[in-house]
Design a protein around this ligand. Structure first.
Ligand code: A3P
Length: 323
C-alpha cells in the first residue's frame, strides 16, 4: 500500500500471490480472502485496516455491501448526529456524503493514515464494505455501534453494473452483463458473496441488537421518517417531540433525498478519490442514479430475476431475511 513500509508491502504481496483467484470485472482478478472476493486495490486496504485500525467504543460504523444505499445512509446518519449544529445541511452543498464519512479501508491510501484516523474527534462516523467476520478485531472488542443497510440483490446487481462502468480503476476488458451476472450468482463479485455478506450483519443484529442495526433500503424508501427515527433511537440520539414539531426530522428526510442531493454542486461535478494516494476514483455523480425500488425490471430478464430470487430464498429465508 502506498504509505506503508516496504516490509509490510512485501508480506502483503506474498499473501496475495497465495490466494485463490478468479476473473475480475473491476480489475484483472478477484482474490478470495477470508471467504470473500476483492480486487487487489481493495484487498490492500482490507489488510491495512485489519492491521492498523483502532476502534473506539464511541465509533459509529456504517457497514454495507456495495450499492445497497450507503451514500443515503451516510447522509442520514451524518445529519442525525449533527442536527444541532447550525446549518448542518449546508455541509452537503460543499461535500459529497463520502467526504463527510470516510471509509476505514481506503484510509490505507492516505498520506498518513494512522494519524489522520486517530486525529478525528469522537464520536467518529466511519464506513466500511468489509464483511462482519473480517472487521478489524478492535471493532468487535470496542463494542462500537454498527449500522448496515441491505437491499434486494436484483437492484444491487443492476446498480453495481452501472457504477463499475464509471470507475477509473478498470484496467481489464469490460465484462458482459451475462458474464458478470453468472459471477455475481456464484458469489464472485466485489466483497461477494452478496448473501453471505448481508447474512453476517443480519445474524450479528439478532445476537447483539444494541450494537448492530440492519436497515432495509426498501423500508427506508417506503417510510423514510419512521426508519430515520429508528436509526436515531439506535444511535442514542432520539428525536424529541419538540424537534419533530419544529420540522427537524422532515428537514433531514428532505435534505438527504436523492432529488435534493443529486442536484447539489458537490455531487453534480468533481471526482471522489478512494484515498489521496489512490489510483481509484469515480465521478461523484455516479453515486446518484435512480434510487428506486424495482428498477431491475428495466434491466433483467425474467429468468435472471428468478435465479437471484431462488438464491435469496435458499440462503436467507430460514434466517427471516426477505426482500
Ligand atoms: P441505483 O443505482 O439503483 O439508482 P451506494 O450508495 O451504496 O453506492 O448505493 C447506490 C444506490 O443508492 C444507487 O441506486 C443510488 O441511486 C442510490 N442512492 C443514492 N443516494 C440516494 C438517496 N439519497 N436516496 C435514495 N437512493 C439513493
Amino acid at each position: 500500500v502506498e504509505g506503508s513500509d516496504e516490509r509490510t508491502q512485501h508480506v502483503q504481496e506474498e499473501l496475495m500471490s497465495s490466494l485463490p483467484r478468479a476473473k475480475g470485472w473491476i480489475t484483472d482478478h478477484f482474490y478470495e480472502y477470508q471467504d470473500f472476493w476483492y480486487d487487489m486495490h481493495f484487498l490492500r486496504g482490507v489488510i491495512w485496516a485489519q492491521q492498523h485500525f483502532e476502534a473506539r467504543p464511541s465509533d459509529i460504523l456504517l457497514a454495507t455491501f456495495p450499492k445497497t444505499g450507503l451514500t443515503w445512509l451516510k447522509a442520514l446518519t451524518y445529519s442525525i448526529l449533527n442536527r444541532e449544529r447550525d446549518g448542518f445541511e449546508h455541509a452537503f452543498a460543499v461535500k459529497n456524503p463520502h467526504e463527510c464519512v470516510p471509509y476505514i479501508e481506503f484510509h490505507a491510501y492516505e498520506k498518513d493514515p494512522v494519524s489522520s484516523l486517530g486525529s478525528m474527534p469522537s464520536p467518529r462516523l466511519l464506513s466500511t464494505h468489509l464483511p462482519y467476520g473480517s472487521l478489524p478485531e478492535t471493532v468487535h472488542r470496542s463494542g462500537c455501534k454498527i449500522v448496515c443497510i441491505v437491499r434486494d440483490p436484483k437492484d444491487v446487481f443492476v446498480s453495481m453494473m452501472s457504477f463499475v462502468g464509471r470507475l477509473t480503476l478498470m484496467n481489464s476488458p469490460p465484462v458482459s452483463w451475462y458474464e458478470a451476472f453468472e459471477s455475481f450468482c456464484e458469489g464472485v463479485s466485489l466483497v461477494g458473496p452478496f448473501w453471505d455478506h448481508i447474512l453476517g450483519y443480519w445474524k450479528a443484529s439478532l445476537e447483539h441488537p444494541k450494537n448492530v442495526l440492519v436497515v432495509k433500503y426498501e423500508d427506508l424508501k417506503r417510510d423514510t421518517s419512521e426508519q430515520v427515527r429508528r436509526l436515531a433511537d439506535f444511535l442514542g440520539r432520539p428525536f424529541s417531540s419538540e424537534e419533530i414539531e419544529k420540522g427537524i426530522l422532515c428537514n433531514i428526510v428532505y435534505t438527504c433525498s436523492i432529488d435534493n442531493l443529486k442536484n447539489m454542486d458537490a455531487n453534480k461535478c468533481g471526482v471522489f478519490h478512494f484515498g489521496a494516494l489512490s489510483s481509484a476514483s469515480v465521478e461523484k455523480s455516479a453515486y446518484f442514479r435512480r434510487g428506486e425500488v424495482g428498477d431491475w425490471k428495466n434491466h433483467l430478464s425474467v429468468e435472471m430475476a428468478e435465479r437471484l430470487d431462488e438464491i435469496t430464498k435458499r440462503k436467507l429465508d430460514s434466517h427471516g431475511l426477505t426482500f
